[in-house]
Design a protein around this ligand. Sequence first.
Ligand code: C5J
Length: 223
Amino acid sequence: SDQRPLLDAEPSPLPFEPARAALVIIDMQRDFLEPGGFGESLGNDVSLLAAAVPPARSLLAAARAAGLFIVHTREGHAPDLSDAPPAKLERGAPRARIGEPGPMGRILIRGEPGHDIVTELAPLDGEPVIDKPGKGAFYATGLAALLEARGIETLIVCGVTTEVCVHTTVREANDRGYRCVVVADACGSYIPAFHEAGLAMIKAQGGIFGWVSHSGAVLAALG
Ligand code: C5J
């Protein structure tokens, strides 16, 4: 019989093997999350994203204790913008464009203070940090090779924003054959209706491209 622990999730519980699971924390960067950052300067209520930090922190602690493979991602670009397509650069109000000066340094540029992961979720030495130029964590990164090298089959995904970088990453991962479990309370969006719809889309139609769970359930399954 199947001895793997069951993770409580929707639309169905999911057997999972911690040795073949990874925690993927998407883009928990200061510019998106912190008061005084770029996200807030655009008029967003950053408390909607900050609410995801404590659950993500408890997932991170449990994953570390259980010896899970842990991957952090950051969205951003090289200072010379050579990895930013014109179609991405030309969007947004001129003062809100990638590479322009923001309250925490140049917007979405690697090495700037706003690009850093928030202190509460700071990666430990040895935990890979994937710098990605796109919304999805697989596009133009080494993530697939990292996961393959470890025989990872299941991704426990959290971070921001639910409907953009979390969704894109989960869609990419699903097509690559990974089981993806999105941890609802450890994700967030500036637009609550999009957060809810984003989660609903994943688990609809029998789990059309993944599962949705809760940090408490993941902690219970990690024991
Ligand atoms: C992320 C964004 N990380 N919403 N970026 O979701 O632009």
